[in-house]
Design a protein around this ligand. Structure first.
Ligand code: ADP
Ligand code: ZN
Length: 714
């Protein structure tokens, strides 16, 4: 046994369990909390969903006084405060949306030391009255959330944030803790300088979000793929990011037309409309949202189960931040990015107009490389953030389905030759039409049907050609003249292929799209036939959220419901063992969930009884001497169902005369077949093994009969 008990460890674990219902700290959390409790400043860098909030919430709860949190977005503040309150922690915020009276009430509570965590905007912090208020209070820490906003190097600079450099001067003995998901060292250094906390200890957790699957699929037939994707994930909430406002609207409409409950969101909507749509999404009323990247900042919804990028994001940082909105509860979640060269062109056009052309192009190149990867995608992502992943992740499309490479030299040569014969003047579409021997007016008008390569690529579909041409672009064999009608041009590198027949590998991207859909069926959220209970619990959660005018994930996370469905807790003790069920939440709605589980179990027992009764009834008819055919009619059931009822009764020790169903020869043939299959009593296998020679129902009952006989002799 350990000689000393670490009191601090014990105390903070107790808080973690009591208020948040969690059993274990995530990486880095415990270290950060302890260091704050020791009065040290800190800089915490964790990916979105890594669990930054607990790092300052727990010390604020553990210490006397009030923790002040500076947060840039009102929506985010509200969410955090609501989440804390729903765990029984007295938290509140002060910002411009409140009336003077509301603010005064909160100030009173602050002065009587009732509030544990106070959220404020940077503007508020800078105001004179607020400073006066602060000086009267007992502040135990300052936490600066989204700290990258303080730096011009960060991607989201906010001038109001720069006013915070005075905190440390005014409160030299109060720990200041900066938190961000921005990884780049320049921004980190700047944050510490600006906050006057140069001596702060850095805590950087891995950027790996292993619960997010990564998939990149070709951009063709996006809509069909999305449909497939959504249908594989019924009742799950997801975000589809689009590049333009228009496409968010169109896509949502298309989805709604076929009965999928999807909304849209972009910066062109009025503030009220945006708030309403966001709320619909957060409350699971509209589980799917098609949005521009304007959506997501400040959304804490923990049960976003998937994120699709309808278009290519402009760089890896944005991509990682956007997919980071999935699976914040730590459960498996999926991400899918559609990659098309058309999107690259759109980005290039934007970049052309920018003053930071070089850096933006370099970043675009990196995300293209990511999309074209033939090695584990997570390795590429993490290396971008300066991390090394030793082993392949096993949870990206490349790991799950290594790309199929084939010798594409002839295909590439055909395309290159067509481009040359078309005098490098036409775009990809025309090149493909010529290769495929199209009779389009434009082709005939220009006499393109007379060139030598006309129709040499008939055997390859238009979509496939598009993919191959994209790959040729990536290889650097061709380039696109954006300033010249997007005409395809040949590069020097291509000459090697044309002249010396240098071998070129092409990837069959087709298989990837298919596997995307297939992979998923197995990664269901709730396994082992517990989906139904999970659905019941979800419904109850929505009901309670509606009643309390809050969001479902404020009640319990998907993860908690999943555990409840799997473990079926029916006592207080068992319920408190579920991750995410703290004491306060148990008091509030623990019993409702327990009742739901009990009800579900009772129903299941009844259903079982009904089945048992149904079996008995079939058997009774059989005992009364009715033939199989007659019983089928009387019960309006098919032969195999009735026979399986009887087989099951037989296995339970009831008398069934096997010769009512088969003759002795059939029985011995089935017996033999069973022996040949090493006794593997799978009726379907035996049926196939016997070339479907003997009717299936006969095999079914003989197997039961032989099983009981065998048991008697053993
Ligand atoms: P971040 O601010 O880093 O994006 P959050 O603090 O919002 O992340 O945490 C993300 C999710 O993880 C929340 O739902 C939170 O309750 C949960 N979480 C945090 N710490 C733990 C833990 N130790 N065990 C289980 N879940 C946790
Ligand atoms: Zn991988």
């Amino acid at each position: 046994m350990q000689a000393y008990l670490d009191d601090t460890s014990f105390m903070i674990k107790k808080i973690l369990k009591k208020y948040f219902g969690y059993d274990k700290f995530r990486p880095m959390q415990e270290e950060v909390i302890k260091s704050i409790l020791n009065g040290k400043d800190g800089m915490v860098i964790m990916p979105t969903g890594g669990g930054k909030s607990l790092c300052y919430q727990i010390p604020a709860i553990a210490m006397n006084g009030i923790g002040v949190v500076i947060s840039p977005l009102i929506a985010l503040m509200k969410d955090q405060v609501e989440a804390l309150q729903s765990n029984g922690i007295n938290a509140n915020y002060l910002n411009s949306t409140q009336t003077t009276q509301e603010q005064n009430e909160i100030i009173q509570e602050l002065e009587s030391n009732k509030i544990k965590l106070l959220y404020v905007s940077p503007e508020k912090l800078a105001s004179r009255e607020f400073n006066y208020l602060l000086s009267r209070l007992n502040i135990n820490l300052f936490a600066i959330d989204e700290a990258h906003c303080i730096s011009v190097w960060g991607h989201d600079f906010r001038p109001e944030y720069t006013k915070m450099r005075y905190i440390k001067k005014q409160y030299p003995n109060t720990p200041v803790i900066a938190l961000t998901a921005t990884a780049d060292p320049l921004t980190q250094k700047d944050i510490m300088e600006q906050l006057n906390i140069e001596g702060a200890k850095m805590y950087q957790s891995s950027f790996n979000r292993s619960n997010l699957s990564l998939t990149v699929a070709p951009g063709q037939e996006r809509f069909k793929s999305i449909l497939n994707y959504i249908r594989q994930r019924p009742n799950q909430s997801g975000i589809i990011y689009c590049l333009s406002r228009n496409s968010t609207e169109k896509l949502a409409e298309k989805l709604r037309k076929i009965g999928i409950n999807a909304g849209y969101y972009h910066a062109g909507l009025s503030t009220e409309e945006r708030a309403a749509r966001q709320d619909d999404f957060i409350s699971d009323r509209v589980p799917i949202i098609c949005a521009t990247i304007a959506f997501g900042m400040g959304i804490d919804k923990s049960n976003v189960r998937w994120v699709i990028h309808y278009n290519l994001p402009k760089n890896i940082e944005s991509y990682y931040q956007e997919i980071g909105r999935a699976g914040r509860d730590g459960l498996n979640s999926d991400t899918l990015l559609f990659y098309s060269y058309a999107d690259v062109l759109v980005h290039k056009k934007f970049i052309e107009e920018s003053s930071m052309k070089e850096i933006l192009t370099a970043k675009l190149n990196r995300i293209q490389e990511y999309c074209q990867a033939k090695i584990c995608r997570r390795k590429i992502l993490l290396s971008y953030f300066g991390e090394n992943l030793e082993e392949d992740c096993g949870n990206c499309d490349v790991c799950k389905n290594p790309p199929n490479v084939f010798d594409g030299t002839t295909i590439v040569q055909k395309a290159l030759s067509a481009i040359i014969r078309l005098e490098q003047k036409v775009p990809a579409r025309t090149v493909i039409d010529v290769l495929r021997g199209s009779n389009r007016y434009e082709i005939l008008k220009n006499n393109y049907h007379k060139i030598k390569t006309y129709g040499v690529g008939k055997d390859i579909s238009y979509n496939d050609w598009q993919q191959y041409i994209t790959q040729m672009l990536h290889y650097g064999f061709i380039s696109i003249a954006y300033d010249n009608g997007n005409a395809l041009k040949i590069t020097e590198k291509a000459m090697e292929v044309l002249k010396s027949s240098k071998e070129v590998d092409l990837i069959s991207l087709h298989e990837l799209t298919q596997s995307t859909a297939q992979n998923k069926a197995k990664d269901k959220l709730v396994l082992g036939g517990k989906e139904e209970l999970f659905e019941q619990l979800r419904k109850l959660r929505s009901k309670i959220a509606y009643r309390r005018n809050t969001k479902p994930y404020m009640i319990f996370s998907d993860n908690s419901l999943k555990q409840m469905a799997e473990e079926e807790p029916t006592t207080q003790f068992e319920m408190l063992m579920i991750s995410g069920v703290g004491e306060y939440k148990y008091e509030e709605f623990g019993e409702e969930f327990i009742n739901c589980i009990i009800e579900f179990k009772q129903k299941a027992i009844k259903a079982n009884q009904n089945t048992a009764n149904s079996f008995k009834l079939s058997y009774e008819y059989y005992q009364q001497g009715f033939s199989l055919e007659q019983i089928c009619k009387m019960r309006n059931m098919d032969q195999i169902t009735i026979v399986s009822h009887l087989a099951s009764m037989l296995e339970k020790g009831k008398q069934v005369d096997i010769y009512d169903f088969v003759d002795p020869l059939e029985l011995s043939r089935i017996d033999n077949a069973l022996k040949m299959n090493e006794g593997k009593a799978d009726a379907k296998k035996i049926y196939i093994y016997m070339n479907e020679d003997i009717e299936f129902y006969k095999i079914r009952i003989c197997i039961s009969y032989l099983k009981t006989m065998q048991m008697q002799y053993c």
